[in-house]
Design a protein around this ligand. Structure first.
Ligand code: URA
Length: 209
């Protein structure tokens, strides 16, 4: 079963409160999502492997750590996932960025792929799949399916807010995918919104309705 990690760092929690606030306008919302994404990227990269190199300091030669060069991929689920990408790339600028676009079939209500573009060396990369909201879990499950069927074998899912229903659906479908969140909310409402949530993440990021 995939593990769920809640990033409860005070800065993340503080900023998330203002992201939730209906009074927060588009510009500030986008800036806060960007900042929280950077902070979450800091937490999610804690286990990156290091290697020793020799460095000449002004004082003497020393052995010191650098990242071992693990290949990372960041994949936003369109469109709201885009709001998290730049914040993550601030800390891991060498990561490649893929994109997955899904729409909801009006008849079956299931998510259907309409756009997928991923780095070519998929098998060698560790992917961070991002979407601000894990609601029903349908999109997250389909996006992981998309990645896996093209060869990805290391995937983590990162979002701002999750509903228990979405966590359960993703864990059931993909027990190998760990889930990283800033908050686990109460439930979904009858319209599929997370409660208390933050409303429609895409609309709030891009000023649409
Ligand atoms: N997607 C959103 O943007 N918000 C929700 O509450 C649920 C799904």
């Amino acid at each position: 079963m995939g593990k769920v990690y809640v990033f409860d760092h005070p800065l993340i929690q503080h900023k998330l409160t203002y992201i939730r606030d209906v009074k927060t306008g588009t510009k500030e919302f986008r800036e806060l999502v960007d900042e929280v994404s950077t902070l979450m990227a800091f937490e999610i990269t804690r286990d990156l492997p290091l290697q020793d190199i020799e460095v000449q300091t002004p004082v003497q030669q020393a052995s010191a750590k650098v990242l071992a060069g693990k290949k990372l991929g960041v994949v936003p689920i369109l469109r709201a996932g885009l709001g998290m990408v730049d914040g993550i790339l601030k800390l891991i600028p060498a990561a490649k960025v893929g994109h997955i676009g899904l729409y909801r079939d009006p008849k079956t209500l299931t998510p259907v792929e309409y756009y997928v573009k991923l780095p070519s060396d998929i098998e060698e990369r560790d992917f961070i799949l991002v979407d601000p909201m894990l609601a029903t879990g349908g999109s997250a499950v389909e996006a992981v399916n998309s990645l896996k069927k093209r060869g990805a074998n290391s995937i983590r899912f990162m979002c701002l807010i999750a509903a228990p229903e979405g966590v359960e659906v993703l864990q059931e479908a993909h027990p190998d995918v760990d889930i990283y969140i800033a908050a686990l909310d109460e439930k979904l409402n009858e319209k599929g919104y997370i409660v208390p949530g933050l409303g429609d993440a895409g609309d709030r990021l891009y000023g649409t309705k």
